[in-house]
Write a protein that binds this ligand. Structure first.
Ligand code: NAD
Length: 239
C-alpha cells in the first residue's frame, strides 16, 4: 500500500485524483492539504498546513499552485518522502530547488501526466529534427479558470522542438482561455507549400489523475533522482 498526502486536495484535480483513489487498491490517501479547507468533502482529513499532518506517508502528490512548492518540498525533505509535482507555472529558481532536492529524494515533475502528450512531444521532436527549415508554432486551449499561460505543457513542447531541431528556431505559442476545455495542444510545422499539424486533446481531467496513479507506482520503487513522464511512458505505453 502506497500512502499519499494530497496537496491541493479541494481543487479540480485534487478531487478527481481522490475519487479515482477510492477504487485503487494499492494507493491510500492518508491526508490532504488545501488553503481552502471549507470546501473539503473527503473521506480523509484535510489540513490548511502540511506541517499539521502527523500520520506517516510515502509520497506527496501536488496539484495546487506554484506558491505551495517551498512548503511541501521542505516537508518532503524533512520526512524523506517522495514527491510528485503535477502543478505547473513554477519559476526557474523553484525548478532549480526541485533539482537540488532530487539529490536526496525521488522527485517526479510532470507538466502533463497524459501518455498522449508524452507521445506528442516525441513526434514534435522527430518533426523538429527532420524539418529544420520549417517554421513551428504551438496553440494551446484551456478552460477559463486555468491560472498559468502559456501552459506548462506548451513550454515543454517548445523545449522538445528547440532541443531536437535548430535551437535558434522561433516557436510562437498562442494561448486561448475559455469555456470548459480540459486541455488541447496543437503543434504546427509550416514549410513551403506543406504543413504538418499534430494535435492532442484531453477530453476529461481523469486522464491526468490516471497518469498520477501510474507516476506514484513508478516513484514507489525509485530512489533519489529527478524523473519525468519520459521515464514513465518511454518504456511502455499501456495502462
Ligand atoms: N501535470 C498535469 O498533468 C496537470 C493536469 C491538470 C492540471 N495540472 C495543474 O495542477 C494544478 C491544479 O490544477 P486544478 O485545475 O486542480 O486547479 P484548482 O484551482 O482547481 O485547484 C488548486 C487547489 O489548490 C489549493 N491551494 C491554493 N494554495 C494552496 C497552498 N498554498 N497549499 C495547498 N493548496 C493550495 C486551492 O485552494 C485549490 O483547491 C495547476 O497548476 C494545473 O496547471 C497539472
Amino acid at each position: 500500500m502506497i500512502r499519499v498526502i494530497l496537496n491541493g486536495a479541494c481543487g479540480r484535480m485534487g478531487r478527481s485524483f481522490a475519487t479515482l483513489c477510492e477504487n485503487t487498491a494499492d494507493i491510500f490517501i492518508v491526508a490532504g492539504v488545501d488553503e481552502n479547507t471549507k470546501t473539503a468533502r473527503h473521506s480523509f482529513p484535510v489540513y490548511d498546513d502540511i506541517g499539521k499532518i502527523r500520520v506517516p506517508a510515502d509520497v506527496i502528490v501536488d496539484f495546487s499552485v506554484p506558491a505551495a512548492l517551498d512548503r511541501i518540498l521542505r516537508y518532503a525533505l524533512d520526512n524523506n518522502l517522495k514527491l510528485l509535482v503535477a502543478t505547473t507555472g513554477h519559476s526557474r529558481s523553484q525548478l532549480n530547488d526541485l533539482r537540488l532536492a532530487s539529490e536526496k529524494i525521488a522527485v517526479f515533475k510532470a507538466a502533463n501526466l497524459s501518455v498522449g502528450i508524452s507521445v506528442l512531444s516525441r513526434l514534435a521532436a522527430i518533426c523538429a529534427d527532420a524539418l529544420t527549415d520549417f517554421d513551428a508554432a504551438i496553440t494551446e486551449t484551456h478552460h477559463k479558470n486555468k491560472l498559468d499561460a502559456p501552459s506548462g505543457t506548451a513550454l515543454m513542447l517548445k523545449n522538445s522542438i528547440t532541443s531536437s531541431g535548430p535551437p535558434s528556431r522561433a516557436v510562437c505559442i498562442n494561448s486561448i482561455r475559455g469555456g470548459t476545455v480540459t486541455g488541447k495542444h496543437e503543434v504546427v510545422f509550416l514549410g513551403n507549400y506543406e504543413t504538418i499539424t499534430i494535435t492532442h486533446e484531453a477530453t476529461c481531467k481523469d486522464v491526468y489523475a490516471l497518469g498520477a496513479i501510474r507516476a506514484i507506482r513508478f516513484l514507489s520503487s525509485e530512489t533519489a533522482g529527478f524523473y519525468t513522464p519520459d521515464d514513465l511512458f518511454m518504456t511502455n505505453s499501456g495502462n
